[in-house]
Design a protein around this ligand. Structure first.
Ligand SMILES: [Ca+2]
Length: 194
C-alpha cells in the first residue's frame, strides 16, 4: 500500500501501514481515544487532566486489570514510553490495545513460563514459551522465527519481563506471515503489520 499524506504543505510518501502508524504517532495525531479507554482513565485521573501519576496509574492497573503491585509496576515501566513517570492517555491507550481485556491471561501465561519465579523469562523460559505459542494465523513458529522473536523481545541481558512479554504476545497476534521456506537464506520477519 502506498499513500501520500499531506504534512506542513509537503507530501510525504507512506508505503506501509507501519510507516503510517509511526508517522501519525510522530505528529501526535493518534486518532480518537475510544470511550471505554477514556472512562477507565478518568476514574483515576485528577481533575480531568489527560495524565496519571505513577501512583495512580499503578493503582488503576491493580484495580481494573487485576495485577499485583509488582506486576503493575513492571507494566507501568514498559508503557511509560517517554519515561516521565506519568501515564498519558496515549500511553494508556497503547497499554489497553496491547494488553487490555487479556491482562489476566497475559499475566497467567507469564507466570506459567517463569519456572523459577524470578519475574523475568530467561532465554530458555522464553524459548519454551515461543515454541508453545501460535501466530495470528494459528500456526506454530518456525525455528528462524523463534530466534527472531527471542532476539527482538529481550533486554540487554537476554531476559523478558512482564511488560516486554505483553508486547511480544501482541506482536505474535498481529503476525500473519507465511512460514519461511526451507533452505531460504533470508526471510523478512520484522514488518508483521504489513
Ligand atoms: Ca509517560
Amino acid at each position: 500500500m502506498i499513500t501520500y499524506v499531506k504534512y506542513r504543505n509537503r507530501l510525504v510518501l507512506i508505503n506501509s501501514i507501519k510507516q503510517r502508524q509511526i508517522f501519525m504517532a510522530s505528529m501526535g495525531k493518534r486518532g480518537k481515544i475510544p470511550k471505554e479507554v477514556q472512562a477507565i482513565f478518568d476514574k483515576y485521573a485528577q481533575s480531568n487532566v489527560k495524565r496519571l501519576s505513577r501512583q495512580h496509574a499503578i493503582e488503576m492497573l491493580q484495580q481494573e486489570f487485576g495485577m499485583t503491585q509488582q506486576e503493575a509496576m513492571v507494566m507501568f515501566e514498559t508503557f511509560d514510553k517517554d519515561k516521565n513517570e506519568i501515564m498519558s492517555i496515549w500511553e494508556f491507550q497503547q497499554f489497553y490495545e496491547t494488553v487490555g481485556a487479556d491482562a489476566a491471561d497475559v499475566v497467567a501465561k507469564f507466570h506459567e513460563l517463569d519456572k523459577d519465579n524470578s519475574l523475568k523469562l530467561d532465554g530458555d523460559e522464553a524459548r519454551a514459551g515461543l515454541e508453545s505459542m501460535v501466530t495470528g494465523t494459528g500456526r506454530k513458529l518456525d525455528e528462524k522465527e523463534i530466534q527472531f522473536f527471542l532476539m527482538t523481545a529481550c533486554d540487554d541481558t537476554g531476559a523478558i519481563d512482564l511488560g516486554m512479554f505483553s508486547n511480544l504476545l501482541y506482536r505474535l497476534k498481529l503476525y500473519k506471515a507465511e512460514p519461511p521456506k526451507k533452505g531460504q537464506k533470508t526471510h523478512i520477519i520484522g514488518d508483521e503489520t504489513d
